[in-house]
Design a protein around this ligand. Structure first.
Ligand SMILES: [Zn+2]
Length: 419
């Protein structure tokens, strides 16, 4: 059964509350506040049930009534529904009792959680009648827009800082997109894209289509709750670039509670940043709502947004939930990437190292309760940021192709032949 009609009511300004019709707009014309999609949840209560959701294909679209498109998704029909991994080895190392990895490093098709937001943004762009899509990206978004646009037959442009990791540039270029490298940081790229969006009339997924795009992140939250056996975690650790993911995970939990799909357990939300770009975690630690923009300097380039669009809202969601935020150094990022790989067999990119590194720090600080459930959101794949860890991995030992040579190596390792 499909509940066909859309329950999207309007776009609403997050500052002054003024409502707007559903259109490719993202800023309030009165107060310049950001616009957010609002829904008529009452129409879904008792109709969108656990059984109905479970009966559907395993993709992010099994929650489609809570995503802001009118018809069936035209882009990314198979995206999402990544594994939630019970991390028992990591539990032992960190001394916690119930830890899960939400593993979006294997999200389809481009190995990052951006495939969620992009499939919503591009499906909506098609509904609006756009034929060219674009984005300002720190890397993962560029690859996801390029791939999903290619599959949907849309023309795409992606704008990136000139100094991105090669894996990310290659991982966008392969799809035949038009890559524009900007001589500047992400914040410069973003500024330019706002101007291009206005002048060229394209659907910029994170500019004029941003309210719809951002809603796609909620699917990560829905999946996490369904995979926990229809329960919200007590604690969730989320990486922060713009800060949007924090606010959308919070929204996903509140929506499931409203629809009676999970109980309200008072989930605490924890935000993670790299120390070299930590405007949101600093604001949270200082008990302030003021986000002071910074010039980013970190190996976690996918999180390197010095002037985060949703920073204020993320810091408020974190504080209101009773959570906290922290940041970690580049060395701690690399150590956490290795820890996740060596304990759970999951290779994450630098952003994942930030998230797990911060989780570890907050557990040691006692901010995260060791005896309550914890979900750590891993949002991207390590094969895209190999530069960050190449020095930390021992190179292969080269020997000649003889048993004698291997015997010597084995002896050095303290390993004896059988029998
Ligand atoms: Zn407003």
């Amino acid at each position: 059964m499909e509940l066909r009609e859309s329950i999207v009511r309007a776009l609403r300004c997050r500052e002054c509350g003024k409502e707007y019709p559903v259109a490719p707009d993202h800023v309030c014309e009165f107060c310049f506040g950001p616009l957010e999609v609002v829904y008529d949840y009452d129409r879904l209560v008792g109709r969108l049930t656990r059984e109905l959701i479970e009966s559907r294909p395993r993709s992010m679209w099994r929650y489609r009534e809570l995503l802001p498109i009118d018809g069936a998704p035209s882009v990314g029909a198979q995206n999402g529904f990544t594994p939630l991994v019970r991390a028992r080895n990591l539990e032992r190392v960190l001394g916690v009792s119930e830890l899960y990895i939400k593993n979006d490093s294997v999200c389809y098709p481009t190995l990052s959680f951006k495939d969620r937001v992009v499939s919503v943004a591009l499906s909506k762009a098609v509904e609006f009648g756009f034929t060219t899509v674009a984005c300002a990206s720190t890397g993962n978004l560029a690859g996801s827009v390029a791939a999903n646009a290619a599959a949907a037959g849309l023309r795409s442009y992606v704008f990136i800082p000139h100094d991105l990791e090669q894996g990310k540039v290659l991982g966008a270029g392969i799809f035949g997109t038009r890559i524009v490298g900007i001589d500047g940081a992400y914040d410069d790229v973003n500024r330019l894209c706002s101007e291009v969006a206005g002048k060229y009339g394209w659907a910029f997924v994170n500019v004029n289509v941003r309210p719809f795009y951002a809603e796609g992140s909620k699917s990560l939250g829905y999946e996490m709750m369904e995979q926990l056996g229809w329960r919200a975690p007590k604690q969730v650790v989320v990486p922060m670039a713009s800060g949007s993911l924090c606010t959308k995970i919070d929204k996903s939990i509140k929506e499931f509670v409203k629809l009676g799909l999970v109980e309200d357990v008072g989930t605490r939300i924890f935000g993670a940043q790299a120390t070299g770009c930590s405007p949101i975690s600093r604001a949270v630690r200082e008990g302030s709502d003021l986000i002071h923009p910074v010039k980013a300097d970190t190996i976690a380039k996918s999180l390197a947004i010095g002037n985060p669009a949703d920073g204020y809202y993320a810091s408020r969601v974190i504080r209101d939930s009773g959570g906290w935020a922290e940041d970690v150094s580049d060395e701690e990022v690399v150590a956490a990437i290795k820890l996740l790989a060596e304990t759970e067999g999951i290779f994450t990119e630098t952003a994942g190292g930030v998230t797990l590194g911060v989780a570890r720090k907050l557990i040691e600080q006692g901010r995260i309760d060791r005896d309550e459930s914890i979900v750590v959101c891993i949002t991207g794949n390590g094969l895209k940021t190999q530069e960050a860890v190449v020095e930390a991995i021992a190179p292969p030992r080269i020997i000649e192709a003889s048993l004698r040579a291997f015997d010597r190596l084995a002896e050095a390792d303290g390993v004896r032949p059988a029998g």
